[in-house]
Ligand binder design. Sequence first.
Ligand SMILES: [Zn+2]
Ligand SMILES: [Zn+2]
Length: 183
Amino acid sequence: MLLVNGGEAMVDAPVLRTGGVPLVPEGFVWPDCRECGEPMQFLAHLPLDEGAVAVFFCQSDPGMCDDWDATAGANRAFVFSGGLSAATVPAEGATMLGAVTALRPHSADTPTAEPVLGRLGGEPDWIQNDETPDCPSCATRMAFTAELEEGSDFATSANFGGGGRGYVFHCRPCSEAAFLWQT
Ligand SMILES: [Zn+2]
Ligand SMILES: [Zn+2]
């Protein structure tokens, strides 16, 4: 499935979206970047059958931290399940994208006039080499979940190094998720 621009969404909409506020379980602590210590930016909410993946990456000083790397500690992806509600966003820092954009699934077989902003399921379309991460808990190859394009609007899109692409993975048995991007 392609993901096309589905228009502006509410900040806490329980839909597939980039930007806005993450939906989190009770007791959630907003992730800080392991490299610079600043709060990360919330990037995407991806509903799954069993919950949702929430993706964060460090944008405190773009280009300084290894926010493209699945394991450097400058990004985080969580699998959340159960009752989720809108997180409290830290008062300081580059914590939110410039806009909230719904991503609408669209069959790859049907032409669309809407900008393609990502893809759901199937196989990752790597720009560079295959960098499928291993699950940090069970060490098996993680399942590809979704791809996110950088987008064309500088004010509102994610920063993947200029025309890059983000990749989201998860391990269902372990409720682990991972994120990386390539350019
Ligand atoms: Zn950082
Ligand atoms: Zn696992």
